[in-house]
Structure formats: structure tokens, C-alpha cells
Design a binder for this molecule. Structure first.
Ligand SMILES: NC(=O)c1ccc[n+]([C@@H]2O[C@H](COP(=O)([O-])OP(=O)(O)OC[C@H]3O[C@@H](n4cnc5c(N)ncnc54)[C@H](OP(=O)(O)O)[C@@H]3O)[C@@H](O)[C@H]2O)c1
Length: 333
């Protein structure tokens, strides 16, 4: 087994800060130490993978490297009694795809503590349609619930709504009975968002207040934000008294131009979402919800399925903010 080669999407640094992406044969021997060797069947493309694939040192310090923060597959060998060969598993986050070779290769080797047993009710393929972005969307909805936001309390805004996190958040919220307003830069994709369950689509421009006012007319019972910057600031300033805003991303900006008034005058809560290191118990809870009451009927509508060969063009699309829904990477071909 250990001498066997496998195909992987490999990023090489050919000169300082010059990166090349190729599909190469690698030896299983070269995988890092770990308890569990997994034959990867599916992965998915997340914004972070695109950063890793283009040499972003905040994500990946050393090259050559294989990105892919997500992997779903079958245990090939396990040195840990919790897992045995033939078992279907999911691995996402922790260091996978950052500085540990990730899911854009046919094999990964990881610590047993990173491995989630595939929940009943979900196939390997379906798990990677959700992937990290879908898990993050579900995590955000879970936090809204835990902070007491109920469907009858009013509208919930989702920003970056056609993206990976956004599109799954729209669909899960709608399935859970919330009235979802989707904010998007792709207003030509309104039909896509309405089909996922949004009741209204608003433009990115209308989601960005530039008046400088500390508070705006309140509208949202809850917000799931994946973009940061002025859009997140506007959403917080427009949240109802004791409403809840989750924050997971920074595709627009890592800055948050806001003051304390929404928090001290309206009791708004801003809740951080950190899927990468979320503890195993939380992972099992969220995957449990995803595989049962939050299992979506529209999974195929959300999905663009690609092979390793098609990663290059899809990485460019996601970096330009032009990707729609989830990109499933099929490693079986
Ligand atoms: N904290 C965590 O645990 C966690 C986990 C997963 C992802 N994330 C982060 O969440 C963010 C979204 O990830 P993703 O995988 O969903 O990415 P994605 O598929 O690229 O979605 C991002 C969406 O944001 C919108 N957008 C893009 N550029 C924008 C800009 N300049 N201004 C405003 N909106 C913009 C676009 O949607 P519209 O065209 O519809 O507006 C885009 O499709 C990323 O920052 C990612 O790193 C964090």
C-alpha cells in the first residue's frame, strides 16, 4: 500500500511567490504521519482552497502542497481503534488542506481525532455538496437557533447569498421555516435564490449603507453574513432589538466599520463562526442536523460537479466572487 502512487492536484512554488498548479502522481509514502489513511472519493472547493492554491501564506506556509479542506471517503488503514478499514468518513477543517495535504488528492492521512463517521442518511457525495461551506452555513443557523431566533420573529438576511455558505444558509433557513431575504451581487441569479427558498432578493448595493449613521431602520431578526466589511456593518445596524448576527467570512473585507450603538442600544449580538477548529461534539451535532431535518431537497440545484482537471478554472471563478452554489470535486474518475 505505502509504495502505491495516487493522483493529486499539487501547487509548486517555482520561484519566490510564483506558483504552478499541476496534477501529479505522488507516493502514499510521502503523506504526513497520521492514524488514519483515507481513500478520498469526493472533496469540494471552498474559498480558502482557492487562497491556498494561489499561494496565500495566511492559509498555506510551505509548498509543494495539495489543497482541499474537505474530504469524504473510505478508511483504507487505521492505527486507531475508533476506525476500521471500509468505514465511510468525512474529514474537514483542522489543518487539512492548509499545511496538511488535503482532499484534492486521492488519499489523505490524518489524526483520528479529525475523522467524523459519515452520518446515516447522507452519502459521501452528498456530504461534500455541503462540505465546509455547508457545514458553516448549518453552524450559523444553529447559533441563530441557540440565541433564540425563531421563524415567527421576522426576516433573516443572508449575505453573499449565491456563494457556498450563502446558498446553503438560504436553503437551510427556508427549510426550517424562516423568512429569508437574500443579498447578492448577482441579481441575474434571483431565480436560483428564490428556488432555494428565499422570499425576496436584494442587491449587494442596497445592502451597503454609506450614510455613516450609527443605527439604521431595523428590519432583521437574524443575519447570516459571509462577506464582512460595510455589508456586515449595515446588517448589524439594521438588526432588530435583541437580534442576532453571525459572522464567518471576509470576501468583501476583514474590516468592520461600526460603533457600539447597535450592541448597547438594541442589544444586538454578533456571533463568530469558526468551523475550522470546531470541537468533535459540535461537528457530530451539526452533521446530525445536516443528515436529517436540514437535508435539502435542492442539493443537485446547488451543485457543479467537477474533476481535478477542472479545478483551475473554478478556482479563478471563486476568487472573482463569480462562483454559484457548491463545487463538488469527484475524485472517482
Ligand atoms: N469562519 C469559518 O468557519 C468559515 C468557513 C467557511 C467559509 N468561510 C469564509 O466565508 C466566506 C465565504 O466562503 P464561500 O466558500 O461561501 O465563498 P464563495 O462561494 O466564493 O461565496 C462568497 C460569496 O460572497 C459574495 N461576494 C464575493 N465577493 C464579494 C465582495 N467583494 N463584496 C461582497 N460580496 C462578495 C458572492 O456572492 P453574491 O454574488 O451572491 O453576493 C460570493 O459568491 C469566505 O470568506 C470564507 O473564507 C469561513
Amino acid at each position: 500500500m505505502s509504495n502505491q502512487t495516487y493522483r493529486a492536484y499539487v501547487i509548486d512554488e517555482t520561484a519566490e511567490n510564483v506558483f504552478e498548479r499541476n496534477i501529479k502522481d505522488r507516493s502514499i509514502n510521502d503523506l504526513p504521519e497520521g492514524d488514519v489513511l483515507v481513500k478520498v472519493h469526493y472533496s469540494s472547493l471552498n474559498y480558502k482552497d482557492a487562497l491556498s492554491a494561489t499561494g496565500n501564506r495566511g492559509v498555506t506556509r510551505k509548498f509543494p502542497h495539495t489543497p482541499g479542506v474537505d474530504a469524504a471517503g473510505v478508511v483504507e488503514e487505521s492505527g486507531d481503534s475508533r476506525f476500521e478499514s471500509g468505514q465511510e468518513v468525512i474529514v474537514h477543517g483542522y489543518d487539512l488542506g492548509c499545511n496538511t495535504w488535503g482532499g484534492f488528492g486521492e488519499y489523505i492521512r490524518v489524526p483520528a481525532d479529525w475523522v467524523v463517521t459519515l452520518p446515516k442518511g447522507l452519502s459521501l457525495r452528498e456530504s461534500m455538496i455541503y462540505g465546509t461551506a455547508g457545514y458553516t452555513a448549518a453552524y450559523s443557523v444553529l447559533r441563530l437557533e441557540e440565541y433564540g431566533i425563531k421563524p415567527e420573529m421576522g426576516e433573516v438576511l443572508v449575505t453573499g447569498a449565491t456563494g457556498g455558505v450563502g446558498s446553503v444558509a438560504v436553503a437551510i433557513l427556508a427549510k426550517a421555516g424562516y423568512q429569508v431575504v437574500a443579498s447578492t451581487g448577482k441579481t441575474d441569479q434571483a431565480e436560483f435564490l428564490l428556488n432555494l427558498g428565499a422570499k425576496e432578493v436584494i442587491s449587494r448595493e442596497d445592502s451597503k449603507d454609506q450614510s455613516g449613521k450609527p443605527l439604521l431602520k431595523s428590519r432583521w431578526a437574524g443575519v447570516v453574513d459571509a462577506v464582512g466589511g460595510e455589508i456586515l456593518a449595515t446588517a448589524i445596524k439594521s438588526t432588530n432589538p435583541r437580534g442576532v448576527v453571525t459572522c464567518c467570512g471576509n470576501v468583501a473585507s476583514a474590516d468592520l466599520p461600526i460603533n457600539v450603538y447597535p450592541f448597547i442600544l438594541r442589544g444586538v449580538s454578533l456571533v463568530g463562526i469558526d468551523s475550522q477548529d470546531s470541537p468533535m461534539k459540535l461537528r457530530q451535532q451539526i452533521w446530525g442536523r445536516i443528515s436529517s431535518e436540514w437535508k435539502l431537497d435542492q442539493l443537485e440545484q446547488l451543485t457543479t460537479e467537477i474533476t481535478l482537471q477542472e479545478l483551475d478554472s473554478n478556482i479563478e471563478l471563486i476568487l472573482q466572487g463569480r462562483q454559484k452554489g457548491r463545487v463538488l470535486v469527484n475524485l472517482n474518475q
